[in-house]
Design a protein around this ligand. Structure first.
Ligand code: WTA
Length: 654
């Protein structure tokens, strides 16, 4: 890990505070009393939440902490995740819609709990007939079709672990993951839809499988009807496989600590990390956080607009909401297809009450303009959520005003693939929010900010974000690599989980996330967070999106290099660049004035929408660029590199 901050200096002050609306607070599922009880007895809180699930056999030990960091939760307990997400709702709410699904071309399905149960059972039986059994791993490589959550739940039903691989990944990434997990089967589709074009899913699987000897069977959903290659004996059509199967399927009784899934995420090395989540603790954690953070009520229509290929989709499209018997929305396609108001049309059509998305999406909608959401009735919305990166106050306010009509609380939720569930977030009926702050650790969660020595820093300063207590949703290890698990998360500060994020707490104890530790710059001995400077840039009316990195500078150690996307209607020139540099200096202080600003129509992003700052650092330092295959828009890179070289040569630094 590169040099990290002694303390992260924070110069920007955000002073707006929004109290929970009184009528919201009066009805909220999580209240101050819950917070108090959890603070007094965190383990008791988790035990109460676990009691809400259906256990086939009760646990004997709530938490086994005898061999840290290999914690075990609900030891001795047995349950089945698909039973908790489906069967137990059938009596009371079998006819209730579990998922409203909307395909990109405009086809729709309203899938009730009873329907979904039947689909899952048929597929589970089908998988068993192909020889998939308890303890196996199954790769799922699909677009956002109803068969995706069904496949996850079918695996859970028969005790096979799934690894969902985002449909945008290449054959190489696919085969790396399938091999690392030694999957026995792959579930895919002929093609997926994205922006009116097709993605060749089955073809990618066929390429990947040339180097995956463990795979015995491929199940293929017919989605677009496109041509596919076929390997007799290995490949099976999904619809044919399930057609002959009984609509009931005996679930496996799983140990609370049995593997539920592996989800790969990139680390600091080239090899992705297989994050391991188990059964009882994970389900307890996602159900509890879904209920409390999103204030779930019986009549809610909950839309988490993430992809099931990421942890957000696992925890808050599939497992949390279905465990709570909630009605969700699943949208297959791109936000701008066929027009820039597609999302708002969906909100209106289904009467969505809670929307959960990422800052990068919000900034895209800002760029497209207010007129598109205004075309639709968004008055059913009552709560908004954000996840995935720090949300800059300007985007927060836009979200609140333009989408939330000024009436919806916003929950800015901090968590990671590793944490499994939301860790730091407002409780919408309890917490007064500050735009850009994830506020406080949730009930049952212990967080802190520490300095280089692992000492807690006082309010008003920054450092490393750590988690101080085990929690039921925590990753148990990295698949097949206990050593890397200990090294990455538990070795820097013994007894503390290192999140890898920088953060500060303000004078009121509010947490402000400041980006990954390796996104922190050191300019003339001052440690500055990239996100604060990005926020200041985006605060300027001409700017839509900004990314900031530290580039090497012989005088100041690092110099601030900014990459900025302007509003579509604005033409950039040198005068505007000078104005933007001054704007940051005015907003934060002279120390934060960018040395160079490159104007670009697009920033390099991963397929999940995160800006690739690592790449921008390479460009800024004129280094050989690292791997660009995970980029969604690799073509912008060489263009930006040329402009960055020109900006460096022009020597705008000082
Ligand atoms: C970042 C996504 C600031 C953070 C659930 C974390 C955030 C990484 C927030 C995990 C937030 C996520 N505010 N930063 N509300 N939420 N992050 O594993 O850097 O895809 O470490 O999980 O995203 O990303 P991951």
């Amino acid at each position: 890990m590169p040099d990290a901050p002694k303390t992260i200096e924070s110069l920007e002050v955000e002073e707006r505070v929004f109290a929970p609306p009184p009528e919201f607070a009066a009805r909220a599922t999580a209240d101050a009393d819950l917070v108090r009880r959890a603070a007094e007895d965190p383990l008791g809180y988790w035990a109460d939440e676990a009691e809400r699930l259906d256990w086939m056999k009760p646990w004997q030990t709530l938490l086994d902490d005898s061999n840290p960091p290999f914690y075990k939760w609900f030891v001795g307990g047995e349950l089945n995740v698909s039973v908790n997400c489906l069967d137990r709702h059938l009596d009371q709410r079998g006819e209730r819609v579990a998922l409203y699904w909307e395909g990109e071309p405009g086809d729709r399905q309203a899938i009730t709990y009873r329907d979904l149960h039947e689909r899952v059972c048929r597929l589970a039986n089908g998988l068993r007939s192909l020889g998939v059994k308890r303890g196996d791993r199954v790769a799922i490589y699909l677009g956002m079709v109803p068969e995706l959550p069904a496949a996850m739940l079918a695996c859970a039903r028969i005790g096979a672990a799934h690894t969902v691989i985002f449909g945008g990944f290449s054959p190489d990434s696919l085969s790396d993951r399938i091999q690392d997990c030694s999957c026995r089967a792959v579930i895919t589709a002929d093609e997926g839809w994205r922006n009116g074009k097709t993605i060749a899913l089955k073809e990618n699987v066929d390429k990947a499988l040339t180097s995956c000897p463990s795979v015995e069977a491929v199940v293929c959903v017919r989605r677009t009807g496109g041509e596919v290659g076929w390997v007799d004996g290995r490949d099976h059509w999904y619809h044919e496989l399930v057609a002959g199967q009984p609509p009931e399927c005996e679930p496996e009784a799983m140990d609370a600590e049995d593997l539920l899934y592996v989800l790969y995420t990139s680390g600091t090395t080239g090899k992705p990390k297989g994050i391991v989540h188990t059964t009882g603790g994970y389900l307890t954690a996602v159900a509890a956080t879904h209920r409390h953070v999103f204030d779930i009520r019986d009549d809610d229509i909950f839309w988490c607009a993430a992809d099931c290929g990421w942890v957000t989709g696992h925890s808050y499209i599939v497992y949390g909401p279905l465990a709570n018997g909630c009605t969700g929305v699943l949208y297959e396609g791109a936000p701008g297809f066929p027009g820039p108001d597609r999302w708002w049309e969906i909100v209106e059509r289904y009467g969505v009450t809670i929307l959960y998305t990422a800052p990068t999406a919000i900034r895209t909608f800002m760029k497209w303009g207010k007129e598109h959401p205004r075309l639709h009735d968004l008055s059913t919305l009552r709560l908004l959520g954000s996840v995935g990166e720090p949300i800059n106050p300007e985007a927060w306010i836009w979200y609140q005003e333009t989408i939330g009509g000024g009436r919806c609380p916003i929950v800015d939720t901090w968590w990671q693939t590793e944490t499994g569930c939301i860790m730091i977030s407002p409780l919408p009926g309890v917490t007064a929010t500050k735009p850009g702050s994830a506020t406080h650790a949730l009930p049952g969660v212990g967080a802190d900010i520490v300095d280089e020595l692992g000492e807690s820093v006082p309010f008003g300063s920054g450092g490393y974000l750590v988690l101080t207590e085990p929690w039921p949703g925590m990753l148990r290890t990295l698949y097949g690599d206990d050593e890397r698990f200990v090294e990455t998360y538990w070795s820097r500060f013994p007894g503390l989980y290192l999140a890898g994020d920088g953060a500060r707490r303000d004078e009121d104890g509010y947490y402000w996330l400041m980006g990954r530790i390796d996104d922190v710059m050191n300019v003339s001995g001052h440690r500055l967070s990239t996100i604060e400077i990005e926020s200041a840039l985006v605060d300027h009316e001409a700017v839509v999106e900004a990314a900031v990195v530290g580039r090497s500078d012989p005088t100041t150690g690092q110099a601030i290099a900014a990459f900025v996307t302007l509003q579509a209607s604005i033409e950039g020139d040198d005068a505007l660049i000078a104005e933007l540099r001054q704007h940051v200096a005015t907003r934060i202080g002279g120390i934060a004035r960018p040395a160079s600003i490159v104007l670009t129509d697009d920033l390099p992003k991963t397929r999940s929408g995160k800006i690739m700052r690592r790449l921008l650092r390479d460009i800024s330092d004129d280094r050989q660029m690292g791997d660009v295959t995970t980029l969604a828009n690799a073509e912008v890179v060489s263009e930006i590199a040329q402009m960055a070289a020109a900006a460096r040569a022009a020597g705008t630094g000082e």
